[in-house]
Structure formats: C-alpha cells, structure tokens
Design a protein around this ligand. Sequence first.
Ligand SMILES: [Ca+2]
Ligand SMILES: [Ca+2]
Length: 554
Amino acid sequence: MVKRKTLLITLCIIMATCCSCNPKAPNKKNKFHKGKHLYSADSKQTLPTLSHGVLNSNENNKNDKKLLYLDNGTLPNIKYSLFLNNALIKSYTSKEDTSFPKKYSTIDGILTFRGDNLRNSPSFGTCNIKEEKLQEKWHFNTNSGTWGGGAGWTGQPSIVKWPKDVLKIMNIKDKFKNKDNFVEVIYASLDGHIYFIDLETGEETRNPININNPIKGSVSIDPRGYPLLYVGQGIPEKGAIGYRIFSLIDSSLLYFIDGRDGLALRNWGAFDSSPLINRKNDSLILCGENGLFYNIKLNTDFKIEHKKISIKPEVIKYRYTTKKTPEQGMENSPAVYKNLVYFGDNSGNIQCINLQNMKPIWTFDNTDDTDATITIEEENGKPYIYTANEVDKQGAKGICNLRKLDGLTGKVIFEKSFEAMSLLGKSPVNGGALATNIIGKNDIENLVIFNIARYKNFNGGILLALDKKTGKEAWRLEMDNYCWSSPAAVYTSKGKSYIIQGDSTGNLFLIEGTSGKVLHSINLGSNIESSPAIYENTIVLATRWGKFFAIKVK
Ligand SMILES: [Ca+2]
Ligand SMILES: [Ca+2]
C-alpha cells in the first residue's frame, strides 16, 4: 500500500475486478458458548489436547493447493486449509489457553501498531497540555533508496522503555544504558533500515539494522520486554521477500518467513501487517499479503544471564478462499479479543477466527478492499468491532462504509455510507478508509472517529466522529487534503481528549476531541502516510521523503 511504485507492482499481480457495493448480512449464525476466557463456535470444542503439535496430521503435502472443506455446513462461504510446519492437517486444537491477556504488554511504551491487541492505544501515558500547540522537538534524516526514505503506510514506530536488566545486555551505546528514564524509538524506513533513536534527543542509540529492502509496515517489539524485534518487508529489491525476527541483543537475524510460499494462493511476499505477540502462550499472529494467516508458537528461550535469546518457531498457516476472493492477501494488522482474531483482506472479506482451533467463526462482505486495521471494544462482556473499506475495486467512485459489527456474529450494528473517490490507472492511489479509526475514551467515550480519503473532492478528506451506539454523526472536519495516516487520540490526566491527524501534504493537526475543532497545525514538508506513536507528550511519526519527527504537544 505504498503509492506509485508499489501499486504498480501490485497491479501486475491483481486482477481488476468489480465488487458488489451492497453490503451483505453476515453469512451464518453460530451458537456461542461463553466460558471464562474463551469464545467458540463449536460446542464440542475440547481443551486441552496438545500444544501447537500435530493433530491428525496426514501426508506431507506441500504442493497441494486443494482446499479442505472443514466446517461442513456451518460456513458455506469459506473454504480453508491448515498447515502445521508445512504439512496439511485436518484439524487443530491448542492445549493451551490461546486468549490474549487483558494487558497486552508488561513494559511501558507502544510495542505494536496501535499499541495493543484491540488496536486502540497508539498513545502511552497522559499528555500535559497547556498551550494547545504542536512544536518540533527533533527530526532525524534517514537515507534515501529507490522508494525514498522516512516511512510510508502504515509506518508507525515502536517506542520502548526497556527493563533495566534487558537494557544492559543489548548493543545500545553506553551513554544510553546509563541514562535516566531512557526511552528508545525504533523506526523502520522505506530506505531499508530499522533505526534506533533516543526519544528525548533524536540521537542514534545503536547502529541501524539494514534489511536492504524497503519497509512499509510498522515494527513490533516483544511485549514481554524481551529483546526481540519483528519487522515485515514491503518491496523486494535484494534477495527474498518476507518477514524477519531479530535479536536486539546483537541485531542478529533469528528467523525469516519467506513470503513467496508454495502453499500460498498469491505469489506476493510482502508484509505490511504488524503482528501481535501473546506473552502468555509465547505465540505470534500475523497476516501476509500472500493470503496466509500465521499462528506461530515461538518457543522463546531467553537466558538473560548468558545474554542469549533464541526462538524455535512452529508455524500454523491458515489459507482460505471465499466466494469473494479475487485478490488474495491481507495488508492490515490482526486485532484480537480474547481468543478471537479479526482481519480484513484485499477482496473485502472480514473474518473472525478462533485461535483455539483455527476455525473461522464468521465472515462478512465489507464491500471493498479493507486495509485499515479493525479496532475492538468490549461492551457488557462482548466484543464489538469497527471497520471501514476503501474505494478500490469499486472504481474511480464508490462507497466507503463505516461499520460497527457484533464481534461474535458479524451482525451489523450500524453502517454509515459516504461517497469517495479513487485514483485508478498505472499508479493508483486509493480513497476511502486507509486510516485506522479511534475508539474514544474519557471525554469522547461515546465516539468512534474515522477518516475517509478522497471524500467530496479528489484531494480532500473528512474526519468524522460518530456516536458509538447509533452511528449518528457527532461532528465532522472536512479537510482540504486527504489522509492515509491514522488519527490518534491523546488524553490529559483529567481525561480531555485531543486528536492528532497528519495529511497528504505534510500538515499535522491538533484537534479538540469533543468538537473536531482545529486548535493548531504545523507542516512537516511532505506527505505524512505513517501513523503516529505517542509517548506522553511526544508524537513520533514520519514523512514519505526522508524524515522522522518528534513533535511535542504543549
Ligand atoms: Ca489492499
Ligand atoms: Ca487498495
């Protein structure tokens, strides 16, 4: 999902197709059994049997592209297959509780895209705001490769306050190891490097890691505070394309997932998706642009006293087709509630999968390409999800639907439709929703806030606040320039909300959360596609052309 070149490459792979604009009701009704932690569509589900181990494994069938029809009768719209370490398996059950812990991370900071498994926490801590102004604190110049530098879409950094004992054993410069309240920014660039920067000063804290290929997605850092970095590759230039896990003790590569996978139904190996790591059961989940969903038992062995970390992954791959999969692949980041994972795909399917047995629970036709990450909120012990689609397969004009769905059934709670445009052609730049929404907290706890690109006019956009219960519009901010960058909310200790929003001409806005009123803006010089991560009063984000910025909210 980078403009120009990426989409050129992607265009060679995709088939131009016209999808139905009519949203459909969810496919199926399933009975749900609410246990202590687990939700299941399968009343006979038994726990536990074995850990990430082979269940009913049959032949080693690496090249078999025939799909098993596992959920006979319950989900006629989806066919899927499961592979464990590349062997086809008939079914799977984890012996462990696969639900995510309520608190995503044990350490301070922003460790994955939008901060946690609900994908609704891009800001850490509270913001002390007096003047209601934005001010540059520092900027950092990246290199520039064929794709430029800085960061693209989704391009969010991680911001990490390391545990002291872990800080000691990593290859960080000594002055930072001994610095009080040291917080490290870890930022992957379109120039092919992952940079390490002191949040306070903008100085480099260690040598960059170079993967020699442009990175578009957002890095993840292990939520246990382990020195592990997870990063996807956006474009193939040198060598294989795929997903990498590095040790941050010595910057060594521990593991590589080859995105061009004989089991996949699409021969495109990029990863814009940012994974989630379940610290309770040592597993990682990730979406691939090859159409595979990965559930990986990491088998992490961290011996801090020996300054050693290793992983020994066991990989489950989930492959599927629906009646609506002209284009395979996922570019958004999986969102999780307990043991239920949600993601959208390039064809506009949304699905919910039970991590306990890797069975799909429901699918939903979300109209068009869905790259914006789904967000989740629990209401009365039940998950609800928010999602919005692009205008892509629909053509130069189409409908962007903002939706709230019941997370257990896929049933529509509300749906609001807006006309939007898209740039087609050899270098398409899509409109509709590319930005991930905000589910409001504190003084905007009644609101969900979406951004629609190319609304009303071709270059324009709109930031829209809707009532969470009804979908009724609470306020709107029509914008001269569209936004792919996700809005992010910060809150004062008293619970007053402010929205941070970057646009495609480099404007960064500070907006009052309750009213949508622009309070201040600064211009960073070029297109902001990246989404911000915010640590207390400091926003970190990038422009497409060569710069990372730390911006203070005063
Ligand atoms: Ca897409
Ligand atoms: Ca698209």
